[in-house]
Ligand binder design. Structure first.
Ligand SMILES: O=C(O)CCC(=O)C(=O)O
Length: 210
């Protein structure tokens, strides 16, 4: 369903089996050799998620991408798994868009998790100018997702993102403000055997010239 020009909410996009597989994969990733961590952003504030970047690392001090986690432990960023990259392309296509994702930010929210209103604007200039979408996939507990306009002070809609939902914002919606005001604990499907929420946002940093 297109909720604004360039912004699509696909409810229950993923079957329970696909959700289960993603939960397992995310669990292994966030507790893997290069684990998720709580970023401290410019100004010293701690984020309210555990974050793991795949493909490129987003540095919360410089608000830029890099190959190693120089704001945390200097470890190299893990690669973006090919099945997840393919999932992003599949979902973008359902919205009539294309993405050749080269990075994903995987966030793990517990019951107190949240994320302030922000724009995703640290990807490459050409990617943003081309309106290549951000593709978001959620599994686990429901989030109260906030989706606003191109200016911070514009009104925001509160959209429940449930387990298995996908959300795509590209084209004219690419720089819309968004965030997560709260997690609704205990709402994850019991078949997932998972408390909390994983959200994956796929992005394409680079656009080849020509
Ligand atoms: O968790 C979400 O649904 C949003 C995540 C987000 O805004 C981000 O990673 O930039």
């Amino acid at each position: 369903m297109e909720i604004a020009p360039g912004a699509f909410h696909f409810r229950h996009y993923l079957s329970l089996d696909r959700q289960r597989a993603i939960v397992e994969q995310c669990r292994a990733l966030v507790d893997g050799a290069v684990p998720a961590y709580v970023p401290v952003v410019r100004g010293g504030g701690k984020m309210h998620v555990r974050m793991l970047c795949l493909g490129r690392h987003w540095n919360g001090q410089t608000y830029s991408y890099e190959p190693t986690r120089t704001d945390f432990d200097d470890l190299p960023v893990p690669p973006l798994p090919v099945n997840l990259k393919a999932l992003a392309a599949e979902i973008a296509a359902a919205a009539g868009m294309t993405i050749d994702a080269d990075l994903c930010i995987l966030n793990h929210y517990d019951a107190d998790g949240r994320m302030g209103l922000h724009q995703d604007k640290d990807e490459g200039e050409r990617s943003i100018a081309a309106g290549i979408p951000v593709v978001s996939v959620s599994v686990g507990d429901t989030a109260r997702f906030l989706f606003g306009g191109l200016k911070r002070k514009e009104p925001v809609d509160a959209i429940p993102l449930q387990s298995g939902d996908a959300f795509v914002f590209g084209g004219p919606a690419r720089l819309r403000y968004h965030g997560v005001s709260r997690i609704v604990a205990g709402t994850a499907p019991k078949e997932l055997d998972f408390a909390g929420r994983f959200n994956l946002t796929f992005r394409q940093y680079d656009v080849p010239l020509g």
